[in-house]
Design a protein around this ligand. Structure first.
Ligand code: SF4
Length: 195
Protein backbone atom coordinates (compact mmCIF):
# COMPACT_ATOMS: atom_id res chain seq x y z
CA UNK A 1 0.00 0.00 0.00
CA UNK A 2 1.43 3.38 -0.97
CA UNK A 3 1.14 6.29 1.44
CA UNK A 4 0.74 9.85 0.19
CA UNK A 5 1.53 11.69 3.41
CA UNK A 6 1.45 11.31 7.19
CA UNK A 7 0.69 13.26 10.34
CA UNK A 8 3.03 12.47 13.19
CA UNK A 9 2.16 12.36 16.88
CA UNK A 10 -1.52 13.11 16.43
CA UNK A 11 -3.79 13.03 19.46
CA UNK A 12 -6.90 14.00 17.46
CA UNK A 13 -7.83 11.10 15.17
CA UNK A 14 -7.76 8.35 17.82
CA UNK A 15 -9.09 9.42 21.18
CA UNK A 16 -6.80 8.49 24.05
CA UNK A 17 -3.95 7.48 21.76
CA UNK A 18 -0.93 9.12 20.24
CA UNK A 19 -0.97 8.12 16.59
CA UNK A 20 0.91 8.11 13.35
CA UNK A 21 -1.79 8.95 10.79
CA UNK A 22 -1.15 7.58 7.30
CA UNK A 23 -3.07 8.74 4.22
CA UNK A 24 -3.68 6.05 1.61
CA UNK A 25 -4.31 6.82 -2.05
CA UNK A 26 -7.43 6.23 -4.15
CA UNK A 27 -11.12 6.17 -3.26
CA UNK A 28 -14.27 4.41 -4.50
CA UNK A 29 -16.46 7.49 -3.87
CA UNK A 30 -16.50 11.12 -4.97
CA UNK A 31 -17.99 13.29 -2.22
CA UNK A 32 -18.60 16.91 -3.07
CA UNK A 33 -17.03 18.03 0.20
CA UNK A 34 -13.96 15.77 -0.02
CA UNK A 35 -11.04 17.30 1.86
CA UNK A 36 -8.49 15.14 0.06
CA UNK A 37 -9.40 15.40 -3.62
CA UNK A 38 -5.77 15.12 -4.70
CA UNK A 39 -5.73 11.54 -3.39
CA UNK A 40 -8.83 10.23 -5.10
CA UNK A 41 -7.40 8.92 -8.36
CA UNK A 42 -4.62 7.04 -6.55
CA UNK A 43 -1.82 9.00 -8.20
CA UNK A 44 0.47 11.83 -7.19
CA UNK A 45 3.37 12.05 -4.77
CA UNK A 46 4.05 9.22 -2.39
CA UNK A 47 6.24 8.67 0.65
CA UNK A 48 6.59 5.01 -0.31
CA UNK A 49 5.01 1.91 1.15
CA UNK A 50 3.26 1.69 4.50
CA UNK A 51 6.25 -0.23 5.86
CA UNK A 52 8.57 2.59 4.73
CA UNK A 53 6.34 5.23 6.35
CA UNK A 54 6.07 3.26 9.58
CA UNK A 55 9.82 2.81 9.84
CA UNK A 56 10.49 6.46 9.01
CA UNK A 57 7.80 8.43 10.83
CA UNK A 58 6.72 6.50 13.92
CA UNK A 59 7.97 8.16 17.10
CA UNK A 60 8.55 6.75 20.59
CA UNK A 61 5.44 8.62 21.73
CA UNK A 62 3.13 6.77 19.33
CA UNK A 63 0.80 4.06 20.59
CA UNK A 64 -1.28 3.65 17.43
CA UNK A 65 -1.52 3.87 13.66
CA UNK A 66 -4.56 5.45 12.01
CA UNK A 67 -5.34 4.70 8.36
CA UNK A 68 -7.10 7.54 6.51
CA UNK A 69 -7.42 8.42 2.85
CA UNK A 70 -8.64 8.20 0.32
CA UNK A 71 -10.36 4.99 1.25
CA UNK A 72 -8.02 2.52 2.97
CA UNK A 73 -10.21 -0.54 2.29
CA UNK A 74 -9.70 -0.44 -1.49
CA UNK A 75 -6.14 -1.63 -0.85
CA UNK A 76 -6.06 -5.40 -0.80
CA UNK A 77 -2.96 -5.38 1.40
CA UNK A 78 -4.66 -3.38 4.18
CA UNK A 79 -4.81 -6.56 6.27
CA UNK A 80 -1.09 -7.09 5.90
CA UNK A 81 -0.45 -3.47 6.95
CA UNK A 82 -2.68 -3.87 10.01
CA UNK A 83 -0.72 -7.00 10.94
CA UNK A 84 2.55 -5.11 10.55
CA UNK A 85 1.29 -2.35 12.84
CA UNK A 86 0.07 -4.86 15.41
CA UNK A 87 3.39 -6.76 15.31
CA UNK A 88 5.07 -3.43 16.05
CA UNK A 89 3.00 -3.27 19.25
CA UNK A 90 0.63 -0.55 18.00
CA UNK A 91 -3.12 -0.15 18.24
CA UNK A 92 -4.95 0.34 14.94
CA UNK A 93 -7.82 2.46 13.68
CA UNK A 94 -9.28 2.77 10.17
CA UNK A 95 -11.41 5.58 8.74
CA UNK A 96 -13.79 4.27 6.08
CA UNK A 97 -16.82 5.19 4.00
CA UNK A 98 -18.23 1.71 4.76
CA UNK A 99 -18.59 0.59 1.16
CA UNK A 100 -16.30 -2.44 1.55
CA UNK A 101 -17.15 -3.99 4.92
CA UNK A 102 -15.64 -7.46 4.54
CA UNK A 103 -11.96 -6.58 4.80
CA UNK A 104 -12.58 -4.72 8.07
CA UNK A 105 -14.69 -7.53 9.49
CA UNK A 106 -11.89 -9.93 8.63
CA UNK A 107 -9.38 -7.66 10.39
CA UNK A 108 -11.63 -7.52 13.46
CA UNK A 109 -11.99 -11.33 13.49
CA UNK A 110 -8.23 -11.62 13.38
CA UNK A 111 -7.90 -9.19 16.30
CA UNK A 112 -5.81 -6.65 14.39
CA UNK A 113 -8.38 -3.81 14.30
CA UNK A 114 -9.08 -1.85 17.49
CA UNK A 115 -11.19 1.07 16.28
CA UNK A 116 -13.11 2.18 13.22
CA UNK A 117 -14.62 5.50 12.21
CA UNK A 118 -17.40 5.05 9.67
CA UNK A 119 -18.11 8.16 7.64
CA UNK A 120 -21.84 7.76 7.14
CA UNK A 121 -22.61 9.40 3.80
CA UNK A 122 -25.87 10.96 2.91
CA UNK A 123 -25.65 9.55 -0.59
CA UNK A 124 -28.69 11.44 -1.79
CA UNK A 125 -27.11 14.82 -1.20
CA UNK A 126 -23.38 14.74 -0.96
CA UNK A 127 -21.76 11.68 -2.43
CA UNK A 128 -21.64 10.49 -5.97
CA UNK A 129 -20.58 6.90 -5.56
CA UNK A 130 -18.48 5.41 -8.27
CA UNK A 131 -16.70 2.13 -8.93
CA UNK A 132 -19.23 0.34 -6.78
CA UNK A 133 -22.54 -0.83 -8.16
CA UNK A 134 -24.71 0.03 -5.23
CA UNK A 135 -28.10 1.52 -4.44
CA UNK A 136 -28.51 3.94 -1.55
CA UNK A 137 -30.48 1.44 0.51
CA UNK A 138 -27.77 -1.12 -0.08
CA UNK A 139 -25.17 1.35 1.13
CA UNK A 140 -27.07 1.81 4.36
CA UNK A 141 -27.38 -1.96 4.71
CA UNK A 142 -23.63 -2.33 4.30
CA UNK A 143 -22.85 0.38 6.84
CA UNK A 144 -25.17 -1.11 9.44
CA UNK A 145 -23.82 -4.59 8.78
CA UNK A 146 -20.26 -3.31 9.21
CA UNK A 147 -21.03 -1.46 12.44
CA UNK A 148 -22.81 -4.48 13.96
CA UNK A 149 -20.12 -6.98 12.99
CA UNK A 150 -17.32 -4.79 14.30
CA UNK A 151 -19.10 -4.19 17.59
CA UNK A 152 -19.71 -7.92 18.01
CA UNK A 153 -15.96 -8.39 17.64
CA UNK A 154 -15.09 -5.78 20.26
CA UNK A 155 -13.98 -2.97 17.93
CA UNK A 156 -14.61 0.62 19.08
CA UNK A 157 -16.92 2.05 16.43
CA UNK A 158 -17.88 5.66 15.80
CA UNK A 159 -19.96 7.26 13.08
CA UNK A 160 -19.13 10.55 11.42
CA UNK A 161 -21.31 12.61 9.14
CA UNK A 162 -20.37 15.67 7.19
CA UNK A 163 -23.43 17.89 7.18
CA UNK A 164 -24.42 19.11 3.77
CA UNK A 165 -27.15 20.97 5.59
CA UNK A 166 -28.54 20.78 9.11
CA UNK A 167 -31.56 18.72 8.09
CA UNK A 168 -29.30 16.09 6.59
CA UNK A 169 -27.31 15.93 9.83
CA UNK A 170 -30.49 15.63 11.87
CA UNK A 171 -31.82 12.88 9.66
CA UNK A 172 -28.64 10.81 9.83
CA UNK A 173 -28.40 11.33 13.58
CA UNK A 174 -32.00 10.25 14.09
CA UNK A 175 -31.38 7.16 11.96
CA UNK A 176 -28.25 6.16 13.89
CA UNK A 177 -29.91 6.74 17.28
CA UNK A 178 -32.89 4.70 16.15
CA UNK A 179 -30.65 1.75 15.23
CA UNK A 180 -27.97 1.93 17.91
CA UNK A 181 -29.27 4.18 20.70
CA UNK A 182 -26.28 5.68 22.44
CA UNK A 183 -24.04 2.65 21.95
CA UNK A 184 -22.18 4.17 19.00
CA UNK A 185 -20.99 7.78 19.17
CA UNK A 186 -21.88 10.06 16.27
CA UNK A 187 -19.72 13.02 15.33
CA UNK A 188 -21.21 15.71 13.11
CA UNK A 189 -18.82 17.77 11.08
CA UNK A 190 -19.96 20.98 9.44
CA UNK A 191 -19.22 21.06 5.71
CA UNK A 192 -17.84 24.60 5.73
CA UNK A 193 -15.22 23.60 8.30
CA UNK A 194 -13.41 21.41 5.79
CA UNK A 195 -13.89 23.05 2.37
S1 SF4 B 1 -15.15 8.82 0.89
FE1 SF4 B 1 -13.73 10.25 1.90
S2 SF4 B 1 -11.88 10.28 0.62
FE2 SF4 B 1 -13.53 9.36 -0.60
S3 SF4 B 1 -14.40 11.07 -1.77
FE3 SF4 B 1 -15.61 10.88 0.09
S4 SF4 B 1 -14.65 12.28 1.57
FE4 SF4 B 1 -13.17 11.95 -0.10
Amino acid sequence: MLISHVIQDSSVEYEGQHALVVFTRGCNARCKYCHNKALLDGEGDTLGTFEDALARYITPLDTAVVFCGGEPTINLDLLECLRTARNAGLRTKVFTNGLIPDILIKAASEGILDACSIDFKDTLHVAELIDVDIWDSEYITRVLYLANKLKERGVDVEFRTTEYDKQVGNRVEFFIKDRFGDTIPHIRQRMQEIV
